[in-house]
Design a protein around this ligand. Structure first.
Ligand code: SF4
Ligand code: SF4
Length: 194
């Protein structure tokens, strides 16, 4: 960690906040590192899963919520199934994303966060993915300027072409039949209706 830990900036209620958002047993962690050892995306994280759990225990709310790690986690559950202490690591990562969004805290990994948000938007609009829209919206969200967005689209274009050649990319969107059900799922997930 680059900065020293300042106890005055630590939030003693953070473990409880994470538990209420769906990530339990954080306090049982004994820092064995099994989670970090098996994490397929740890190489791209600024803090390993073990460090994140340790930081949650210390109440380092701001640092954890700003971290790019929570957006790099692919929810593969490897860590959670291997943890000898039953720490719900994958659910903790999801809970941290949710708290970060609600708190409006800006992450260090803006692109990964932008991808998550775009994915949710596009899947919510059609009930399934429509990749051309995903590419377009992501390029607009992930970059700070229109020039940057155009450059990203041009960079992704060969990948899109490859997918088209293999018949994996639809040109026109198609919605699932029961969009009402999708709407209800989204409302429930966003805490709108129970
Ligand atoms: S595997 Fe479980 S106990 Fe070990 S460091 Fe990770 S969260 Fe803590
Ligand atoms: S769930 Fe997330 S943190 Fe856990 S091993 Fe998979 S990618 Fe890593």
């Amino acid at each position: 960690m680059e900065e020293p830990i300042r106890l005055t900036e630590c939030d003693p209620n953070f473990i409880q906040e994470v538990a209420e958002a769906g990530g339990k047993n954080v306090q049982l962690c004994f820092q064995c590192g099994t989670c970090s050892g098996g994490c397929p995306t740890a190489y791209a994280m600024d803090y390993t899963p073990r460090q994140i759990i340790g930081m949650v225990n210390l109440g380092m709310r701001n640092e954890v919520l700003k971290s790019g790690t929570i957006w790099v986690c692919s929810s593969c559950y490897t860590c959670m199934t291997r943890c000898p202490r039953g720490v719900e690591i994958t659910k903790v990562m999801a809970a941290l994303k949710s708290i970060a969004i609600k708190s409006g805290i800006e992450t260090k990994n803006k692109k990964a966060a932008a991808f998550y948000k775009t994915f949710v938007e596009v899947a919510g609009a059609y009930g399934r993915l429509f990749e051309p829209m995903l590419f377009l919206k992501f390029a607009l969200k992930a970059e700070d300027s229109l020039t940057g967005s155009v450059a990203r689209l041009l960079k992704d274009a060969p990948f899109g072409l490859e997918l088209t050649k293999k018949g994996k990319l639809a040109f026109m969107p198609s919605k699932v039949k029961n969009m009402q059900q999708i709407k209800k799922i989204y409302e429930k997930a966003m805490g709108g209706s129970k």
